[in-house]
Design a protein around this ligand. Sequence first.
Ligand code: RNT
Ligand code: ZN
Length: 421
Amino acid sequence: MKKEMIEKSYQLAKERYAALGVDTDKVIAEMDNINISLHCWQTDDVGGFEKAGSVLGGGGIQATGNFPGKSKTIEQMRADLDKVMSLLPGKQRLNLHAIYGEFGGETVDRDQIEVKHFQGWIDWAKKRGIGLDFNCTCFSHPYADDGFTLSAKNEKIRKFWVEHTKRCRAIAAEMGKQLGTPAVHNIWIPDGSKDTPVDRNGLRGQLKKSLDEIFAVKYPKKHLKDSVESKLFGIGSESMVVGSHDFYVGYAIRNNTMITLDNGHFHPTEMVGDKISSILQFVDEILLHLTRGVRWDSDHVLTFNDELLLITGEIVRCNALKRVNVGLDFFDASLNRIGAYVIGTRSAQMAFMYALLEPGKTLLKFEDEGKNFERLALLELLKSMPFGAVYDYYCMKSKVLVGQDYIDEIMKYEKEVLLKR
Ligand code: RNT
Ligand code: ZN
């Protein structure tokens, strides 16, 4: 896109927003403080680099599609991530799962992983001046096949996953230490039951016991931030999920951890955006897994929709940008995976920008004075304000391709790199 056109559109947009009392330059400056954590698993459909070349299995999470070009090696994954980051304004973080270590062709079971398997990633991140986040991988493993990991009643299996998760926290803390920015470690387990269980209580007791063992090891907050992720149901865990929202909200408040809000993990009419002002009354920080569930937790590529806008809008209205860690969680194998990343991350950025461009004081005044018509009218008018011109200008200022130009760049990468794999 032409520089002049972008600048001209921005000047007009700036005036339009200024008329509402909104300073677009300030908003653009604020955007650089929103560091979205890119989930590495969109590059390879949650495969990972364990020796057997693990394929996503168990836990009811699923990537569908067979678009060519998925990354099969660490080098390919890194190249893809570099490409993605080169097309995004601002700075991102990288969110790794434990199956993405550099195991050098060895079989390293999950209860054996160490920092050395992730040192390459730490060095990679250091070179780019970005932070890392981390996740234990309690699925795609024979010990997860029975449907229970940290909540297993089988002591051998439970201990195995406790050991795995402890190691993952240790690795994450080391990432945070070496990179000088705390790593978020997130725990999600697939545990649940297809049919009606009779001992929900016993299973939840087991999970609590496991978490207590895991969190008994303390790390400085400046190195590690812990989070726990709930879910409503999954394929194969339709009747009960051990780590439900109630369970983890209780656990997080009592044990001072963060809570992960994945917006695919609730009833379709339930809005995660509505939960933010409740949860932030009681926990210090939250982790987001931004996604787009289509009829179920389908992990479609994130788009700029009402659900996302309520989430970002509420974060800004709660003045909570500093208390929210932004992660993404979608994996679609039916289209160019690199393009999927850029679409999803840009949509998230644009949603934050849209939220920051809201004339908050005016809206609040209307609301407090009972001026409901004025509030609704302004909210509706905001939807046709030129926020796209502000985002375009932000991209240009950040020296990344603007507007549709990134589509061509991705098609070029597909032809030159992805299709040759
Ligand atoms: C699954 C959870 C979880 C995973 C990733 C791969 O339903 O959303 O966050 O998607 O850890
Ligand atoms: Zn998630």
